[in-house]
Design a protein around this ligand. Sequence first.
Ligand code: RFL
Ligand code: PHB
Length: 397
Amino acid sequence: MIRERTQIAIIGAGPAGLLLAQLLRIAGIETIVLERQSRGYVEARIRAGVLEQGTVELIDEAGVGARMGREGLPHDGFDLAYDGVRHRIDLAHLTGGKRVMVYGQTELTKDLGDAAAEAGAPAIYDAADVSIHDADGDAPVVRYRRKDEDAEISCDFIAACDGFHGIGRRSIPESALKTFERIYPFGWLGILADVPPCSHELIYARHERGFALASMRSLTRSRYYLQCPIDERLENWPDARIWEELKVRLGPEAASAMTIGPAIEKSVAPLRSFVAEPMRWGRLFLAGDAAHIVPPTGAKGLNLAASDVRALSRAFIAFYKSGQSALIDNYSQTCLARVWKAVRFSWWMTQLMHKFGEGETFDARVQGAELSYLFGSRAASQALAENYVGLPFDGPT
Ligand code: RFL
Ligand code: PHB
């Protein structure tokens, strides 16, 4: 049996776990990060692409923003397309100069993984059978298996950053947790291709055949999504069919500027809203997707993980540096206030942009009216822009 001791045991080496470890490391707090998968597997998962300005600032504060500063693409706006009309949401103009950054989650995870390795404290990858013990007492323990040897970490606190399917949230007794969920009746078919984007900014399109999104990872790599049935099979979508459908849904201007090429990744993701309350049980803290999921329409998932980690790192730092536990005690309440606003925004944008039924329904008419209002009203556009660039981290609770 390997026995170890650390201040904070972190489960999960996704963006939340790695960023938390990095923020604590530079504050002189010890952590051990346990990850079920290999480093290669974690870094190859194609997911988020849009970072709020506050997330960018946090990554800089963590000392891992250099490559993002060189290679990331700052975006001042995006387009909404409806009924053949494209309307630009000028983020910078509507929010007093705020913008977002297009930088892939894969790249951020690599930068964080490199920083940990350079500091001589890489995550423990391929950690099997991770389990949590005594989190409601004073001496929590995490057990796992490493190359067929059993290991045990004793620690002061445990941060479960192990995503929606992790064991962190499941280790909390059901009676201590309240959960809220909405499952949407469709998914997103995503495609990644090494071709230049069809527009220099993102296009979110509401089309009678369903939602489509044109995004990117760089000036030579495009990321596109199509609303599809929840049980869609990838075999039904050869590359040629995806490109044709994107052209129809994104409209003639995007179609004429679209370069097509072979897909280097293709997947279907379900859409879900989910929140678990509270985000703490004794000495166990949930952060990121372990505590909440939002549909990707508002580009909020990774950004919420970053704001949880910001609050949790500040709480641990206050505890170790000045013995204050107020931030630890308020962690769940502080996070949930911002989480629910992002859940609301992601739900609203999903409702607005997707096809929910066939034909000329009441809901479709209301959607049309809301989009037309949005295109014509500065107040409505401003509310969208303010949420998209990210609400303040330390807003009212
Ligand atoms: P992750 O990334 O799921 O990482 C959790 C890690 O924990 C590990 N793990 C375990 N380790 C040890 N023991 C166990 N028992 C374990 N169980 C799990 C896992 O292997 C994994 O490495 O959660 P984290 O760190 O909270 O990060 C959250 C983000 O990944 C997620 O919110 C975003 O990707 C969501 N998202 C987007 N967010 C944005 O902010 N902007 C976007 O543009 C955006 N686009 C997206 C998205 C998510 C998508 N999908 C596929 C769901 C687009 C898509 C299509
Ligand atoms: C992406 O590029 O993967 C992306 C961008 C914006 C979203 C969701 C996903 O709203």
